[in-house]
Design a protein around this ligand. Structure first.
Ligand SMILES: [Zn+2]
Ligand SMILES: [Zn+2]
Ligand SMILES: [Zn+2]
Length: 254
C-alpha cells in the first residue's frame, strides 16, 4: 500500500492567514501544511481519509485520477469542508461516492449540507453513506479496514487500521480496549498539535509518550500548528523512528 500525506496541518493550515512568524514565512516547502488528509493506494482501490477544505487543491497537486471511497474521522470543518468538490469524481465515473463514517457524523453532514442531502437541486455531489462502528471491520474491495475509536476532547471520533498501518488524527485519549487494537503496527500516523496543552489535542510530548506505548516500527506526526516550530529543527530532535510528516510525503506500508 502506498500512503500519500496530502495535508499535514491543523485546522488553520500553515501559513496562517496574516501571520509573520518564522514558520509561516519559512521558505522550506515542508513548512507549508494544508489541512490533514491522506490517500491510501491499494492494489485495487484508492481510499481517501478525510475531505477537508483543501481537497480540490490536494487532488490536483497529487494528480489523483480516482477516489473509490472516503473515510471520515469526524465532522469538524477541517475534515469535511471539501465535500462539494467530490462532484468531479461523480461526473467522471458516473458513481455515487461511498462515504464511511459514524451515524453522528452523517447527521452533521446532512445538516451542514442541506442542498446536497435534502433537495433535488441538479448537479450536487452524490454521496452514499456507509455506516461503520468501532471494532467492526468493513471491506473496501480486497481490503479490510478496522475502525478504532478514541477521544478528541470529549468527542468520540474514528481512526482506521489497515493491516499494519493505523491513522489517528485529532487524537487526545483512548480507552484500553481500543488501544489493544493497535498492537504490531509497522506505521502509526498520529496527530500532535504543538507544545502547549490544548483542550482537544495532544502535545508533541504526549504524542511521543503514546508512540512509545503503542510501539510501532515507525511513527509519523500530523495535524501540526505553526507553534510546533520549523520542520527541520523539530524533526532533528525526534526519536529515530519518529518523523514529522509533510505535505506530499509518500511512504510504502506492507
Ligand atoms: Zn482537525
Ligand atoms: Zn505563524
Ligand atoms: Zn477536530
Amino acid at each position: 500500500m502506498k500512503v500519500t500525506f496530502l495535508g499535514t496541518g491543523t485546522s488553520q493550515g500553515i501559513p496562517v492567514i496574516g501571520c509573520d512568524c518564522k514558520v509561516c514565512t519559512s521558505p522550506n516547502p515542508k513548512d507549508k501544511r494544508l489541512r490533514v488528509s491522506a490517500l491510501l493506494e491499494l492494489s485495487d482501490k484508492n481510499i481517501l481519509i478525510d475531505v477537508g477544505p483543501d481537497f480540490r487543491q490536494q487532488m490536483l497537486t497529487a494528480k489523483v485520477k480516482k477516489v473509490d471511497a472516503i473515510l471520515v474521522t469526524h465532522e469538524h470543518r477541517d475534515h469535511v469542508a471539501g465535500l462539494d468538490d467530490v462532484r468531479a469524481f461523480n461526473f467522471k465515473y458516473n458513481m455515487d461516492m461511498p462515504l464511511y463514517t459514524y451515524p453522528r457524523v452523517q447527521e452533521a453532514l446532512r445538516e451542514a449540507y442541506g442542498y446536497i442531502f435534502n433537495s433535488n437541486y441538479p448537479g450536487v455531489p452524490m454521496i452514499k453513506f456507509e455506516t461503520i462502528e468501532k471494532n467492526v471491520p468493513f471491506q473496501i474491495g480486497e481490503t479490510s479496514i478496522l475502525p478504532i475509536e478514541y477521544y478528541h476532547g470529549r468527542l468520540p471520533i474514528m481512526g482506521f487500521r489497515v493491516n499494519k498501518f493505523a491513522y489517528l488524527t485529532d487524537f487526545q485519549t483512548i480507552k484500553d480496549d481500543q488501544l489493544a487494537l493497535l498492537g504490531d503496527l509497522d506505521v502509526l500516523v498520529i496527530s500532535a498539535l504543538h507544545h502547549q496543552k490544548h483542550y482537544s489535542h495532544i502535545t508533541l510530548y504526549d504524542a511521543l509518550q503514546m508512540i512509545e506505548q503503542i510501539a510501532p516500527n515507525k511513527a509519523y506526526l500530523i495535524h501540526m500548528s505553526h507553534y510546533m516550530g520549523l520542520h527541520d529543527e523539530i524533526e532533528r530532535k525526534l526519536p529515530e523512528n519518529v518523523f514529522l510528516a509533510y505535505d506530499g510525503l509518500q511512504i510504502e506500508v506492507n
